[in-house]
Design a protein around this ligand. Structure first.
Ligand code: 2P0
Length: 303
């Protein structure tokens, strides 16, 4: 019996960037994401064979600090008195490289705990728990999800069949975690208030565009929203950026394709990699065109 629990990555079309409250975790602005069914984490929990809790990612033993972080999180919803456990997680998502590995990992962990400790929680309850581990992970439970300022999570629908690929700039762990980056932007960015206002408008417009299946509009909002989020990093003190020259080159490639009439749009998260949103029916020709210009790795996220 395969006893793994699966968690999926998600990429925001309207980003979550900034916490209005940490406990409970509430976003400054409502945000919307698309789940990536090919980028996932699978996790299982077994009794530990040692007298310690253990945590492995891709068979690599994690540091004591990581074990403490994860056990502190699961203590919020698992029995106080419990045996020591071994958590084994495998990511098909490069870990902590701005490819949403924290979303897929947290969702898989929450589901694995539900199974191992026989918690019998509903999806709605698991969504609530997940958020406390990684804010954006609450969106991974639905194909299209909206996470609102009051903390609630809604499933959205859209008649379009989306595809996404990642132009991989760098798969290394990011130097600054999104948590710390976000906090710095909230506290110091001179454009943070403008970001929140814009993101609120983008959220309203994106919901309408999804409802109308207006892909051009969805793409335009996705790109503008990502750029506005990234602008808050460069207007922070100390200033920083997740993007590199190669990220900008990848964005240029997407723009070149757009000029040729291809329907594809970029977005970037807390890392240098560039994700490309398109319609599934266009995947083959977009992949072919992009591969001519981008010789580095490309990951298809939704085959
Ligand atoms: C998002 N990101 O909407 C945004 C865009 C990164 C850039 O949500 O601190 O790991 O655990 O709530 O969810 C990544 O942040 O942060 C994220 P915490 P999380 O996808």
């Amino acid at each position: 019996m395969d006893s793994y629990s699966l968690g999926y990555a998600n990429i925001a079309l309207v980003k979550y960037w900034g916490k209005k409250s940490k406990d409970p975790v509430l976003p400054f602005n409502p945000n919307i994401s698309l789940r990536l069914d090919n980028l996932l984490s699978k996790t299982k929990i077994e009794p530990s064979l040692t007298d310690e809790d253990e945590f492995y990612i891709n068979d690599e033993k994690q540091s004591q600090e990581e074990v403490e972080k994860i056990t502190k999180f699961i203590a919020k919803f698992t029995p106080i008195e419990r045996e020591k456990i071994c958590i084994r997680s495998y990511n098909t998502v490069p870990t902590a490289a701005g490819l949403s590995s924290s979303s897929s990992g947290t969702m898989a962990l929450v589901l694995a705990c539900n199974k191992y400790f026989k918690l019998n929680k509903t999806t709605e309850e698991l969504v609530e728990i997940s958020k406390e581990g990684s804010g954006s992970s609450c969106r991974s439970f639905y194909r299209l999800a909206a996470w609102l300022e009051d903390g609630s999570v809604e499933e959205l629908s859209c008649d379009l069949d989306f595809g996404m690929m990642v132009l991989v700039v760098n798969e290394d762990r990011k130097k600054i975690s999104s948590r710390i980056a976000m906090e710095r932007c909230v506290q110091t960015s001179t454009t943070f208030d403008a970001w929140v206002e814009k993101a609120k408008e983008d959220f309203v417009d994106m919901k309408i565009a999804l409802k109308n299946a207006d892909f051009e509009k969805i793409g335009a909002i996705t790109e503008a929203n990502a750029l506005a989020m990234h602008a808050t990093t460069t207007t922070s003190t100390p200033s920083f950026t997740f993007l590199t020259d190669e990220s900008y080159r990848a964005m240029e490639i997407v723009k070149t394709l757009q000029e040729k009439g291809y329907r594809c749009y970029f977005t970037m998260d807390a890392g240098p990699n560039v994700k490309v949103l398109y319609l599934k029916e266009d995947q083959e020709k977009i992949y072919e065109e992009i591969s001519k210009l981008w010789q580095k790795k490309i990951i298809l996220c939704m085959e």
